[in-house]
Design a protein around this ligand. Structure first.
Ligand SMILES: [Zn+2]
Length: 254
């Protein structure tokens, strides 16, 4: 009888460990969704920046395709490098913060193992485990220093201490997504020029803005049409304003 009770208790404790560990899997899914969202937002930035730049320069000197191309390529590179550098700095800072917190946790675990064990029991109790089960789970996990650190890092800091450093990858990723968005309105100017190139940039810009807006809406779980039309409206205003300013400056300086 006592044996079955112990086994049932053990099973409940094991189940509780699995329950608590579940967020690990779902967090990875979130991170993946976050990556896609970041790509769409980066491409949207690139599109808006270069649509404005291309039309601004075209408004000032619409007959000269090489000027528009030069400005567009410069805008693409400047924006993409700036996005990548920003990503590099922020991911590095985030990593260093995690490393520092994990180091503090590692020190606490070696210097005050009893206090850390009580802390872990408290966290499992807060998750709804009985005092017995919380004690069992916490003692099992605390036996192995590596598992103990891993558990404390996840539960207390909400981080994976062995997550690979991905600063370089994130930087390249934002460079590419910005560049993809930025190349779209510039594309026609490699083949045509003048009014037809302006019209082509506007049409490509409008379609891309609609598509990106729809994707942003689907990630946010909102109405796809609403976000698509809003993105189109933002692009239209930016394009009209820069084209107007370009035309005004172009005629005033020439
Ligand atoms: Zn701790």
């Amino acid at each position: 009888m006592a044996g079955t009770g112990g086994a049932a208790k053990g099973a409940a404790a094991a189940r509780a460990v699995l329950e608590v560990r579940k967020p690990r899997g779902s967090r990875h899914r979130d991170v993946k969704g976050g990556t896609q969202r970041a790509a769409v937002l980066g491409a949207g930035d690139g599109l808006l920046t270069n649509l404005s730049l291309v039309l601004g320069v075209a408004g000032a000197s619409s007959t000269d395709a090489s000027t528009v191309r030069l400005a567009g390529v410069a805008g693409l590179l400047a924006g993409a490098f700036s996005m990548a550098a920003g990503e590099l700095v922020s991911v590095r800072a985030q990593q260093e913060m995690v490393e520092r917190e994990v180091a503090v946790e590692r020190e606490e675990l070696t210097q005050e193992p009893e206090a850390e064990l009580r802390e872990l029991i408290g966290m499992y109790r807060a998750q709804g485990l009985s005092p017995d089960d919380a004690g069992t789970v916490a003692r099992i996990l605390s036996k192995n220093p590596k598992i103990a650190l891993d558990t404390h890092a996840r539960l207390e800091l909400g981080v994976d201490p062995e997550a690979p450093g991905a600063a370089g990858k994130a930087a390249i990723f934002s460079f590419v997504s910005f560049a993809i968005g930025a190349i779209l309105p510039l594309f026609p100017w490699f083949f045509i020029q003048g009014t037809s190139a302006v019209v082509a940039s506007v049409v490509i810009g409008a379609l891309a803005a609609l598509a990106l807006g729809a994707m942003i809406g689907s990630y946010a779980g909102r109405s796809i049409w609403k976000t698509a039309l809003r993105q189109l409206a933002v692009a239209a205003v930016a394009a009209a304003v820069t084209y107007g300013v370009g035309a005004a400056l172009g005629t005033s300086t020439s």
